[in-house]
Ligand binder design. Sequence first.
Ligand SMILES: [Zn+2]
Length: 211
Amino acid sequence: MGENSKASIICPKCRKENNIINEYCVECGSRLKEKNSKLFQIVENLKADLYGSVICIVVFVAFMIFVTYGIISNYGAYGFISILIIWPLTIGFILWTRHYLKGLSKIRRFTITKDYIEIFVPHKPQFHINWTDFNSIEIKRSDSITTVPTGDGIVMGPRFVYFNLIFRGSNLERSYEFESGKDFKVKSRKKILIALEQLAQKQGKTFKAWR
Ligand SMILES: [Zn+2]
């Protein structure tokens, strides 16, 4: 980070001390600086995805209760042994999902101005880089496909797609990785990459993408 990252700015609304690079207050979300030189911005949350996931979990738990009921009525006391295995797994899964869904309803923001690029995703450190700090942007894409063993063999599970933005200067290399569909919607991710490519060209920077 540059020297300016040590300076602070007081929120005009709630008086919270914010890092000078923040455009919005970390406490109340108010705008800290005048709207200036903004070339591109995506502001979104993933509330709809959150609600969809919550519905899936509720259906899943209802199904597990139904299965438990079936096991007990068919196998009696022996059935409890399998339930002792099934329920800790179910609860573990719900806790994992809860962790995964955390922050989906919160605002995420990708801003490009004529001076800097700033990325804010909940539960991740804020990323800020000035155009003058780097000469090239490289975008790397990585996919990870999980597999789920079933009675019919192995099937493909959820697919996670990550985009790593790598900024290189003469004596600097910084990167920011975000998950498509979780940190930013797929639609937004496409807009972000197009904006980065176009604005990088305008700023005379080298742009390289995975394709
Ligand atoms: Zn505030």
